[in-house]
Design a protein around this ligand. Sequence first.
Ligand SMILES: *[C@@H]1O[C@H](CO)[C@@H](O)[C@H](O)[C@H]1NC(C)=O
Ligand SMILES: [Cu+2]
Length: 238
Amino acid sequence: MHLPSLSISLGALVLLPSASAHFLFPHLMLNGVKTAPFEYVREHDNGLMPSNNDFITSNDFRCNKGSWNHRRQPKTAQVTAGKDVIGFHTQLDTGIYHPGPVTIYLSRAPGDVRDYDGSGDWFKVYQLGTRMPWNGTDQGWLTRDLRTFTFRIPAEIPAGEYLMRIEQMSIHPPYRQKEWYLQCAHLSIASSYNSKTPGPTLKFPGGYKISDAAIQLDSWAQPPPTFAPMPGPPMWPN
Ligand SMILES: *[C@@H]1O[C@H](CO)[C@@H](O)[C@H](O)[C@H]1NC(C)=O
Ligand SMILES: [Cu+2]
């Protein structure tokens, strides 16, 4: 177990001034319960550091830097498709103070999720962007100051073990520059669904391109943008 290192890293977090604290998502949300930090979430070695756009071409864009070294630490949460409400909660109740979308993807492991690197297909099950219409301000983001991002697992997901990946793309730097925050949880999904495979799917890296409209959004533009495209494909099921 990694409780000693966990308490050290949380202690270090507490000492950080909030202005330099970015976002981790160490708590799996399970039917309204905030589980312990990293109980079901794969830790990584990037701490609270923002990643820049180089990140989207890296294998670390799956579950963040160094997460492979932590893959045996979390438990795998037992959940049921079409029933349980799941998601993530930020570290130390930090509100999302950087404007930008939050998306959540699932990828089925070939076997045990603890041995899965996220190199397979991902599909999107959650997204939260701006109010519509958007007046181009930070206040217009529905993600703003939120700490919890949850959704009911769709019934239309085959049984199996899954990585669940949350991503926040911060859009406050100028032009195409973005900051990226992401983290993965371990799920075992019970389901009787065995119809069409969830999609559309994408790979990480490769699925996002700098030319994507979501990444090209320039929050500094004048006049301000009035539409913020979501990163990635449409959600499953449509
Ligand atoms: C933009 O909209 C948000 C709510 O969506 C509001 O709080 C804010 O005052 C608005 N700002 C401007 C400049 O219209
Ligand atoms: Cu920042």
